[in-house]
Every structure is written in C-alpha cells, then in structure tokens.
Design a binder for this molecule. Structure first.
Ligand SMILES: Nc1ncnc2c1ncn2[C@@H]1O[C@H](COP(=O)(O)OP(=O)(O)OP(=O)(O)O)[C@@H](O)[C@H]1O
Ligand SMILES: [Mg+2]
Length: 384
C-alpha cells in the first residue's frame, strides 16, 4: 500500500514473547511495545498503531478487557486487534472475537503465520479505511450538490414570484398614480374640497392594501411548511391559480381546473411544497405551449387541464397540456437533475425537485407520459 511502514503495537507481559515478535516483524513494520493493559490503552491513543497484537493472559487488565476498551474509544475503535495466546480452548477463541478481535494466533507461533496474518489484516484495514474515506467524500459531495439544487430551485421560485408580483402590481400601481394626479388636477380647477380628498385617500388606501396583500400571499407561498398537514388537493390548485392564472391568460393559456374547489379529497403533507410542484408543472406546460407555437405548430389556444379523482385509497391528479409533448431525448431521464431541453432558459431541476417533494416527502408518486399533442403528468398522494 503505502511506502511508509505500518505501525504495529505489541502488547505482552512476557519479555521473551515481545522479543520473538520483534524479530519476526521488525523488518517490515514500525513497532511499539506495551507490557500491560493500561499502557497498551495509552499507547493505542498516543501511537495510533495500524494494528495491535494483544496477549490475553496478563496481570491486571487482561487482553479481552483491553480490546473492549480499545473498541469503545472512537479514536482506537477501528484498529484491528489480533489476539495472541497459549490458551487454545474454543471458549477462549470465541471470547476473543466477542470482545472485538479480528483474528487469533496460538502460541507457540510460527514466523510465517504471524507475518501472513498481520499482513492480511493490515491490508484489509487499509482497504476499509480507503473505502470509508471514499464513501465519506461521496456523501459530502452529494450533500453539497443537494444543497445547491435546493438553492437553485429557491432562486428560480423567487424569480417567478417577482415576475408575478410585478404583473399583479401593474394595474393597481397605475390606478394609484391616476388617483394622485387627479388630485392635482382637481386642485387646479378648484374642486379639491375635504370630501374629494377623503374619497381619493380611501381609493388609494384600498389599492395599497390590495398590493400589500399580494406580497403577503407570495411570501406565504414561499415559506416552507414546517409540518405535515391535512390539505385539500383541489384547493391547492385553486390557490396557485389565484396567483398565476392572470399571467397565463396573458400568454394566451387557459388553466382549466375541472374539479370543483370544494372537492373533498384530502391528503396529508407539506402544502406549500406541494404548491411548488404544481407551479413547476404549470410552468413547464406554459414553456412547452409557447415553444410549440414558435416552432410553427399553430395551436393558438393553449390549455392546461387538471383533473382530480379518488382511486385505490389515493388522490390521483392528472395534469394535461397541449404543448406538443416531451422530447424523446429526455423522456427517460425527465426526473433526473439538470435534464433540460431549454438550454440556458432552464436549469432542469423543476421536475427533480417535484419528485423529491412528492415521493421523498409526501409518500406519493409522480410520472409522465406523452399523449396526443401534449403530455400527461400523474401524481398520486395518500388519501386521508
Ligand atoms: N409539459 C411538458 N411538455 C413538454 N416537455 C416537458 C414538459 N414538462 C417537462 N418537459 C421536459 O422536461 C424537461 C425537464 O423539466 P424540468 O422542469 O425538470 O426542467 P426545466 O423546465 O428544463 O428547467 P427548470 O424547471 O429547472 O427551470 C424540460 O426541459 C422539458 O424538455
Ligand atoms: Mg421546469
């Protein structure tokens, strides 16, 4: 493995045994010695050997106890321990393994046997350490990737929100500006009395209240749900529609929510996260519909249609559109991160996050397939 020698700690109260093991191992390994249990534990922490050869019968603390304590200390727990003893009873061997040893060598020992066993366990130990490190690195990397994805999708959602707020503010902002200018005109022509001012203030305040409500609605929308809650699936769709259907209309797209708002199909889960899923799907449909128009397939009337029903103790949501369907190149990898056909216009995390929410957090499922002229997404959620 490595060019630097592995360290082996030899623990034995008999000078003869230490001497013998020294002769066998000194050429290949960096050796350290302990003559009793207590100093073995100290050396274990201080020297951090790669392997311990441990005598069982020692005055004071015996080998089993030393091994148990090595295994109990996180600093030394991983170091492989090979027992060395003249005791050959099966019970002794079982005890040795039970207290955490990886192997057992009987005295009087053979030079070759000691070398082979020590070498084997050192190799295993190195492999195990390398593997652990690889796994840890991979876990760290995944966690970072995951955090970045979540961050990106938050930013994307935020962008949507700002767009939607800007859109919803246009009309009241305009009305507000007219009201204020109107006061100046009224003053110029001598109509501005107390009553006029009261009326104008009242109008302005109503507009401002409406604008402020819009911001609160979006703030609530972005807030992560803190706990699972019972929610009406139909209502979640109507909530999203309330915020975004204006914009869709502007793009010439009709959002058809077929089930009545009062449909009593409840699921349990994170409602705000679920609304994000709805928004992701709606945005994808909108993009597809707009793109299909561009590529010269004239289907002027864009639509997104939602049905909700109960089946097999589940709430089943079907969202369909007439945006031309999913590109064959991505249809098998739709829910993987960074899969997008939109170039710089898409990050490819919308559906990945949607699946993470529906399947990872809400015990549901999400799938997609092409229909004639568009796509159908099917979401199932547990029915309450
Ligand atoms: N309704 C749909 N119609 C046609 N294609 C779709 C539809 N929904 C998704 N797709 C395809 O699936 C791909 C992945 O969608 P996803 O929402 O994960 O990412 P994106 O929309 O490209 O980017 P992002 O949502 O991160 O901005 C899209 O690029 C598109 O090719
Ligand atoms: Mg998307």
């Amino acid at each position: 493995m490595s060019e630097s020698k592995h360290g082996v700690l030899i623990v034995d109260d008999e000078p003869v045994n230490r001497q013998l093991l020294r002769q066998i191992l000194m050429e290949r390994y960096r050796l350290s010695f302990a003559t009793d249990g207590v100093s073995a534990l100290e050396a274990g922490v201080k020297v951090r050997p790669d392997l311990v050869l441990l005598d069982i019968m020692m005055p004071g603390m015996d080998g089993y106890e030393v091994c148990r304590r090595l295994k109990a200390d996180p600093v030394t727990a991983d170091i492989p321990v090979i027992f060395i003893s003249a005791l050959t009873e099966i019970d002794e061997k079982v005890n040795a393994f039970n207290s955490g040893g990886v192997d057992y060598i009987c005295k009087p020992f053979q030079r070759e046997e000691v070398l082979v066993r020590v070498n084997t366990h050192l190799k295993l130990y190195s492999l195990q350490k390398a593997l652990q490190q690889r796994v840890q690195e991979e876990v760290d990397k995944r966690r970072l990737d995951e955090q970045m994805l979540v961050q990106q999708s938050k930013m994307a959602a935020m962008g949507e929100m700002i767009g939607a707020i800007a859109h919803q503010w246009k009309q009241p902002l305009n009305a507000l500006s007219l009201t204020i200018q109107d006061m100046e005109i009224a003053f110029d022509v001598g109509e501005l009395d107390k009553q006029y001012i009261e009326k104008s203030v009242k109008q302005s305040m109503a507009l401002i209240k409406h604008m402020s409500q819009t911001v609160s609605d979006f703030q609530n929308f972005l807030k992560p749900s803190t706990h699972k809650d019972r929610f009406s699936v139909a209502e979640a769709f109507y909530d999203v529609a309330a915020l975004f259907s204006d914009q869709l209309k502007k793009d010439g797209i009709e959002l058809r929510l077929n089930p009545p708002r009062t449909l009593e199909l409840y699921s349990s889960g994170y409602i705000n996260e679920f609304k994000q899923v709805i928004l992701n799907l709606i945005n994808n449909s909108r993009d597809a519909i707009k793109a299909s128009r561009k590529s010269g397939q004239p289907d002027d009337k864009g639509w997104i249609s939602v049905d909700i029903e109960e089946a097999n103790n589940q709430v089943v949501v079907r969202l369909r559109d007439n945006g031309g369907g999913i590109d064959q190149s991505v249809i098998d990898r739709l829910f993987e991160p960074y899969v997008t056909t939109k170039g710089a216009g898409g990050t490819g995390i919308g559906l990945y996050m949607s699946r993470a929410i529906v399947e990872g957090k809400m015990e549901g499922s999400i799938s997609a397939f092409n229909t004639q002229g568009g796509v159908e997404f099917v979401i199932t959620l547990p029915l309450i």
